[in-house]
Write a protein that binds this ligand. Structure first.
Ligand code: SF4
Ligand code: SF4
Length: 432
C-alpha cells in the first residue's frame, strides 16, 4: 500500500484479525448466502470471503481485481450473521474490507458525486427530484424506455431504468424542522429521522409514518438539523463520511429527552444503531453515539413495543411480508412487523417462503451488479407469486423499489407497501 493510501485508511477501519478469527470455517452460513446459493462458489460465500480477508491481512494476497470482485459481489445482507453459530460479525468485516479497498482504489467520479455531494445536499436532491419528476409527468422517461432510445444510448441504462427511484413532490424536506402533535392523548415524544433520498422518493411514506405515530399518541418532532444517516457511505467503505453524518444526527437529537428516535428505513436503522462502531476508542464521541443508538428504534419495533392503537378498519386483502435484510439480520427485528400486520382485521397474512433471503436491492447493488440482482429478484417474485398475495409489504425504501420492479418484470403487478403505509390505510379505513 502506498504512503498516500495508508493515510486514507484510518487505523482500525480495516478488518481486525481478532474478528476474522471467530470464523471456525464450519460452513453453516453457506446456504443462507444469496451469492453462494446462485453461484455455488466458495469464494463468493461468507466463509470464502472471510478466508480472503485473512489472506490480505496476513499479506499473502494483494488487494487485486479478483479479491475486489468477490467482496463487491457480496450484498452485505448479513444473512450469514444470523446463520453463524460462532457469532461472526460479518457485516462489520465486509464494511471494513470495503474501507480498505476504498483507501487503495478511489471511487468513480459518479460515485464520488453521489456520496460526497448528492446524498448530503437537500438542495441537490430537490433539483434531482424535480428533474426526475419532469421525466415522469411529461412521459419522457416512458418514451425513452418504450421507444428503445434508452437501449440505443446505453443497454446498461435501459436495464437499470426499472430501479430508478420515484419522485414524489411535494417533497418531505418541507416538513423537516416541524413538530406534529399527538392525535388524542399524548403518551410519547419522539424524533423522526426522515432520511435523504426518502424525502424526495418516499415523501408519502414519510408522511404516513408521521400520521401513524401521531395516531399512537406520539408528538413527532422532525429535527431540523438532521441529515443523511451515512449508511450508504459506511457500506461503500467511506467511514469518515459516515462519521461526519453520524455526528450531525447525534447533535440533532442530543439533550432533547425524546422517548425514542425513529427511522422507517431498515438500511438506515442498522447503521444508526451501529454508530458506536464508528467511534471505537474516541472518548468524546463513542459514549455520545452509544446514547444515540440505545434510543434508536425502527418504526415497527417502536409501535410493537408500546400498547399500539388497534383501531384499524377492516382490510380484506391477501398480504405477504418480505423481511428487509437490515431489519431482520442487521437489527434482529422479525416479529414486530408481523405482529402489527396481523392486528389488522380481515387481513389475510401469508408467510413468504425464504423471506429471509435478500431481494437483490442492497443499496446501489442493483445498479452495480444488475445480473445478480435480477436473478435474486426473479426468485423472490416466484416465491411472492406462490403466496397469492395482492400486497407485498416490506420495511425499507430500497426493498420497495426493488420489489416494485419485480412486480412489473416478473410478478403480477402486486402493490408494494411499507408496513406503516398499510397501517395508515387501515387507520384511515376505520375513520371513513
Ligand atoms: S452478507 Fe449476504 S451476500 Fe454477503 S456473504 Fe453474508 S450472506 Fe453472503
Ligand atoms: S462465518 Fe460462521 S457459519 Fe460461516 S463458516 Fe465461519 S463460523 Fe461457520
Amino acid at each position: 500500500m502506498s504512503a498516500v493510501n495508508q493515510k486514507l485508511l484510518v487505523l482500525g477501519d480495516e478488518p481486525q484479525q481478532v474478528d476474522l478469527d471467530h470464523c471456525v470455517h464450519c460452513g453453516l452460513c453457506l446456504n443462507a448466502c444469496p451469492t453462494y446459493r446462485e453461484l455455488g462458489l466458495e469464494m463468493d460465500s461468507p466463509r470464502g470471503r472471510i478466508y480472503q480477508m485473512t489472506q490480505v491481512n496476513e499479506g499473502k494476497m494483494e488487494i487485486n481485481d479478483e479479491y475486489v470482485g468477490h467482496i463487491e459481489l457480496c450484498l452485505a445482507c448479513r444473512a450469514c450473521e444470523t446463520a453463524c453459530p460462532s457469532g461472526v460479525e460479518y457485516g462489520k468485516l465486509v464494511e471494513a474490507a470495503r474501507s480498505q479497498i476504498a483507501a487503495q482504489r478511489p471511487h468513480s467520479a459518479f460515485k464520488r458525486f453521489l456520496y460526497e455531494r448528492l446524498l448530503l445536499s437537500p438542495t441537490l436532491l430537490t433539483i434531482a427530484g424535480y428533474g426526475a419528476w419532469l421525466g415522469q409527468v411529461t412521459g419522457l422517461q416512458a418514451l425513452a424506455r418504450n421507444s428503445g432510445l434508452l437501449k440505443f444510448i446505453s443497454p446498461k441504462l435501459h436495464q437499470i431504468e426499472v430501479f430508478a427511484p420515484p419522485s414524489q413532490p411535494p417533497f418531505f424536506f418541507s416538513k423537516v424542522g416541524k413538530t406534529y402533535p399527538a392525535i388524542g392523548e399524548q403518551k410519547h415524544r419522539v424524533a423522526f429521522l426522515a432520511g435523504c433520498i426518502a424525502n424526495v422518493s418516499f415523501a408519502r411514506m414519510n408522511e404516513a409514518t408521521v400520521r401513524v405515530l401521531q395516531r399512537n399518541g406520539c408528538e413527532v418532532v422532525i429535527p431540523g438539523e438532521q441529515g443523511c444517516c451515512g449508511a450508504l457511505h459506511v457500506h461503500a467503505g467511506l467511514r469518515d463520511l459516515g462519521r461526519q453524518q453520524a455526528k450531525q444526527n447525534i447533535i440533532a437529537v442530543a439533550g432533547q429527552g425524546y422517548d425514542a428516535v425513529i427511522t422507517n428505513a431498515a438500511g438506515c436503522g442498522s447503521v444508526l444503531k451501529e454508530y458506536p462502531e464508528l467511534f471505537v476508542g474516541d472518548a468524546e464521541w463513542e459514549p455520545r453515539a452509544k446514547e444515540f443508538s440505545d434510543n434508536l428504534k425502527d418504526v415497527s419495533e417502536f409501535l410493537a413495543s408500546i400498547d399500539f392503537n388497534r383501531n384499524f378498519g377492516e382490510m380484506r386483502v391477501k398480504t405477504t411480508y418480505q423481511d428487509s435484510c437490515h431489519l431482520l439480520h442487521g437489527q434482529k427485528v422479525k416479529d414486530a412487523p408481523r405482529t402489527l400486520l396481523k392486528a389488522i382485521p380481515g387481513l389475510d397474512f401469508r408467510e413468504l417462503p425464504l423471506s429471509e433471503i435478500c431481494c437483490g436491492s442492497a443499496g446501489v447493488y442493483n445498479i452495480e451488479h444488475t445480473e445478480m440482482s435480477l436473478d435474486l429478484l426473479q426468485n423472490k417474485m416466484r416465491m411472492a407469486d406462490s403466496t397469492g398475495a395482492e400486497i407485498i409489504v416490506t420495511a425499507n425504501p430500497g426493498c420497495m423499489i426493488q420489489l416494485q420492479a419485480g412486480a412489473k418484470l416478473y410478478g403480477r403487478n402486486q402493490r408494494v407497501l411499507h408496513v406503516v403505509e398499510l397501517l395508515d390505510e387501515a387507520y384511515q379505513k376505520a375513520e371513513s
